[in-house]
Design a binder for this molecule. Sequence first.
Ligand code: NAG
Ligand code: NAG
Ligand code: NAG
Ligand code: NAG
Ligand code: NAG
Ligand code: NAG
Ligand code: NAG
Ligand code: NAG
Length: 265
Amino acid sequence: MNQNLCILILMFLLLLTEASFALDFYYQHCSVPVSCGRLDISYPFYIQGKQESFCGYPGFQLSCHGDGEDTYPLLQLSGNNYTIHNIDYQNKSLLVSNSLLSGYLSSTACNDNISSLHNLTFPNDQYKLASNQAGFFLLYNCNSSVVESFPKYKVGCFDQPTNKTRSNTSVLALPRDEYPKFGTVEADKCGGEVVVAYAGRGGENGGVGLIQEVLRRGFELNWIASDCSRCQNSGGRCGFNYTTYHFRCLCPRRTHSVRCRDDEG
Ligand SMILES: *[C@@H]1O[C@H](CO)[C@@H](O)[C@H](O)[C@H]1NC(C)=O
Ligand SMILES: *[C@@H]1O[C@H](CO)[C@@H](O)[C@H](O)[C@H]1NC(C)=O
Ligand SMILES: *[C@@H]1O[C@H](CO)[C@@H](O)[C@H](O)[C@H]1NC(C)=O
Ligand SMILES: *[C@@H]1O[C@H](CO)[C@@H](O)[C@H](O)[C@H]1NC(C)=O
Ligand SMILES: *[C@@H]1O[C@H](CO)[C@@H](O)[C@H](O)[C@H]1NC(C)=O
Ligand SMILES: *[C@@H]1O[C@H](CO)[C@@H](O)[C@H](O)[C@H]1NC(C)=O
Ligand SMILES: *[C@@H]1O[C@H](CO)[C@@H](O)[C@H](O)[C@H]1NC(C)=O
Ligand SMILES: *[C@@H]1O[C@H](CO)[C@@H](O)[C@H](O)[C@H]1NC(C)=O
């Protein structure tokens, strides 16, 4: 037999055996572990550009940004980026902070981009505020007179090196309950729009600087997506079919609607 023909037959046989063990394309694709910084990313989340959308659930696309230790997934909500600090897949909860706000609060510079803060709303029922989170009203571009009257609620924006509050660009964070007492007269001394912000409980009635710290740490969200546990317990990977717009259980040999069959392993 011709040597070339021999090689050809061998390659053909190899392909055949490969094919009989071939894992389902979708299963294989979504089985590759993906992380962003120190966080593992899996269903319902997927990282845009790094993973196919069929490995996640609609509305759960994240992007991954940063350098080295400071790498975090970002979630876009209501026109702002939210930095994800932690993901609890069991409790379906996220610890997030508004990237713009926490950047502002971590810096002594007076960034004008605080005016790009938007109210966080939940139009699609995909996310909701976890129970027991504290609400704040942020007032920005506040006149120094009003800021000095409410030092406890002053957050961010100090002139350097004097560390004095800037005349007209400071931000106040008022606990939701305090806001009515604050009154519109004082609120009118702040030029910017009122923005609602959230934080975990524990800092609303604390001392100077505590509200800033609590806001910077962020707050908890819960998410709602088709449950993955039955599929996962049967050895599958959860995913989504954008053509049929249905949840899919991606199994080693083919995809199923809820869970893998026994012959799938
Ligand atoms: C979110 O962050 C990314 C990366 O830093 C940036 O490119 C994008 O413009 C930001 N989006 C918003 C709405 O701020
Ligand atoms: C998850 O929820 C359970 C019960 O609600 C709670 O006991 C547990 O502390 C939560 N886990 C985390 C990491 O928050
Ligand atoms: C906000 O301003 C700071 C400093 O001016 C800048 O580094 C940062 O990228 C800005 N953020 C956004 C989202 O524009
Ligand atoms: C800001 O405060 C200064 C001094 O307290 C006062 O003269 C000025 O009228 C105030 N401006 C506004 C817009 O409230
Ligand atoms: C500036 O003020 C902040 C908040 O009041 C304080 O934490 C910080 O130590 C001050 N820095 C200097 C150099 O005084
Ligand atoms: C703050 O005051 C300065 C000068 O007094 C003015 O140029 C600037 O536009 C003011 N900024 C805001 C946000 O009102
Ligand atoms: C944000 O929410 C507050 C409080 O509900 C409201 O007063 C304010 O107008 C809202 N801002 C925008 C831009 O919708
Ligand atoms: C989605 O369904 C269509 C039609 O049944 C099928 O052709 C396609 O391969 C499926 N895609 C995924 C990701 O399951």
